[in-house]
Each structure stands twice: as C-alpha cells, then as structure tokens.
Write a protein that binds this ligand. Structure first.
Ligand code: GYE
Length: 332
C-alpha cells in the first residue's frame, strides 16, 4: 500500500498537484515529510476534519498537523466546514488518491455506511477520531479514538446535583446543544439528562442547538433569555457556545456565574479564563490533543497490526479554583 516513489522531485510534484486540485469539500492541503526528508516510504494519511467551529477544533487540527509531521506521516488535510457532504467528497477523493489510511472526525453520527464500504472495498483502513458513527457494522473502521461524551455529560450533571443538593425549589436549566446529530451533542445531552433525571427539581426548560459556535451560542441564549425570565443554570455542550451566551447574559443585565450558573465542556484557554474569572462555574474537560495517539494507531493499522477497537481519551474536570491553577500551563 505504501507509495514507493523513488525520486524526491516526483514526490514533491505529486503532492503539489494533488493539493492544487483540491480533494474535498472545503479544500485539501498536503503537509508532512513526503517531499522533505527523503522518506519515500512515508505513510500517506487522508484526514477529513469537521471544520473550524471552535477553539477545541483549532487545537485539534494543530495537534493532528504537528503530530503527522513528527511521525513522518504525509497528511492530506481537508476541512469540511461542518458539512457531511463535504466529508463524503473528501473521503472519496482520498480513496481515488489511494492514500494508505483515512482518518476522519464525522460531523454527524449517521449516514456513513456507503462511503465507508467504498473505502473498505478499496482496501484502505479507516480510523475514526474524536466523533463516532452509529453504523452497526464496526468492520467499516479499525478503531475509534476519542472521548467518552456520555461520561462528560454525566460529570456536568453530577456537579449540578452536588451544587443544588440543599435546594428545594425547582432549578430551571437551559441547554445549548452542539451540532444536531453529532455524537458529542447526542451523548452530552443523554449523560446529563440521565444524572439530573433522578431528581424532579431539575427542569430543562429550553434546549436548542448552538452548532458549537460562539455566534450561535449568543444568538440562542438571547432568545432563551427573552422567553424565560427565570433561568437558573445554563448547560452548554462546549466552551465557545458558553462564551457567546455570557455575552448575551451580560447584555441582558445579568451576571454570568452568579445570576445564572454556567457549566460547559472542553476546557480550552478562553473557557478556562472565563472559569477563573468567575463567569463560568464548572468545566468538564474534553481533550483535543489526539494527534500523537492517532499517528501511532495509523502506523499500526497500516502495518497490519491489531489495535484496540476503542481508545478513550483521559480527561478531568475544573472548578474555578482549579482553573486558576491550571491556566498558566494550559497547552490549548
Ligand atoms: O467539544 C466542540 C467541537 O467533537 C469533541 O466539537 C468535539 C467537539 C468539541 O466543536 O468544541
């Protein structure tokens, strides 16, 4: 499967022309050691990224690009701009290019069977990274590397249960969901609902998607605030939506972190800063630094070695005090 191109010049030209043609929806770029280090056995990885919707995503892209370079893997990177059809196009293009391995972070969970079957038939192994697919045929991919999003939702719920353990009144919660149909939105919602569902006093009075972006988080929170004068808690499926919502809350003359308690997921720098500043109350960490593990898995898969079907990322949680301590050494 490995490209055995003996002349470096040819390798360079090939990389350039492929980059120029573009490969997927939002544009493909090639990086890595293919034309630099004289490594004509370099593994070629086609990577279809979700987009650039959040601080988490930016950190994840950087991690993947840097780790590919370090591992000597030639990366063909395609940005899907949050659209499944762009990802499907990118994967088909990677199949045509006969890359050695395809890695992708599926924007939504369903609808992948056909294109993954095409990759399998072409003998190209696929690695899921960050987000899952819901296809029951697990032979369509070699492994899934990423967080346990249900667990993240549960951790958010557990903090809330503890925070309001002495409260007897109803706790009115609004929820900003991630991208509709995405694994983190589905699972973070489910994990949270399971934990708070054990106590009747917790009521989710509004729940809508903010598409994981700051702008949408702000817009939806503004609508929530207009419709519901009595919001106690905001649960946002990522920091960026929470940060957008903070602007909306301040705009409505309320104090984020006090009048409305806020829980988010990710723990990117801006989120951690808002937590340290007292505007967010609790953050459940979701690590975007998946690059090194992804490259290790890719090497094994291409070498025909067996890999675990599931690799779960290790993560923690942060209170306001813990955020102050962690901030100076935060990598993303
Ligand atoms: O939490 C969010 C991003 O899939 C885990 O996607 C990822 C999520 C992350 O846009 O900020």
């Amino acid at each position: 499967m490995l490209k055995r191109i003996s002349m470096l010049a040819v390798a360079g030209l090939t990389a350039l022309s492929l980059a120029a043609c573009g490969g997927g929806g939002g544009g493909t770029t090639t990086a890595g050691t293919g034309g630099e280090g004289g490594n004509d056995d370099a593994i070629v990885m086609g990577f279809s990224q979700v987009g650039a919707e959040s601080g988490w995503r930016t950190a994840n892209t950087k991690s993947v690009q840097e780790s590919a370079k370090e591992a000597g893997i030639t990366l063909r990177f395609s940005d899907a701009q949050q659209r499944q059809e762009n990802q499907i196009k990118a994967i088909r293009s990677f199949i045509q290019q006969k890359v050695d391995v395809i890695a992708f972070s599926p924007v939504v969970e369903s609808g992948w069977g056909t294109v993954l079957k095409e990759a399998k038939d072409a003998g190209i192994p696929v690695i899921l990274t960050d987000r899952a697919v819901d296809d029951p045929d697990t032979s369509l991919y070699k492994t899934f590397l990423g967080s346990d999003f249900v667990e993240e939702g549960k951790k958010a719920g557990q903090w809330l249960v503890e925070e309001y353990k002495d409260a007897t009144d109803t706790v009115n919660i609004v929820e900003l969901q991630g991208t509709t149909g995405s694994a983190p939105a589905n699972d973070r919602k489910a994990g949270f609902a399971e934990v708070i569902g054990a106590d009747q006093k917790f009521k989710v009075i509004a729940s809508q998607t903010g598409d994981f972006t700051r702008a949408k988080g702000k817009e939806v929170m503004e609508a929530f605030l207009k419709a519901h004068p009595d919001i106690d808690v905001l649960y946002a499926h990522n920091d960026d939506m929470g940060l957008g919502a903070i602007e909306a809350i301040e705009g409505a003359g309320k104090v984020p972190g006090k009048d409305i308690k806020i829980i988010t997921v990710d723990a990117v720098k801006d989120g951690m800063q808002a937590l340290a500043d007292g505007k967010i109350n609790y953050i459940v960490e979701c690590s975007p630094l998946l690059g090194p593990q992804l490259m290790d898995l890719a090497k094994k898969v291409v070498a025909g070695e067996s890999v675990p079907a599931r690799v779960v990322t290790e993560e923690t949680t942060f209170t306001q005090e813990q955020a102050k301590e962690a901030l100076p050494s935060r990598q993303y």
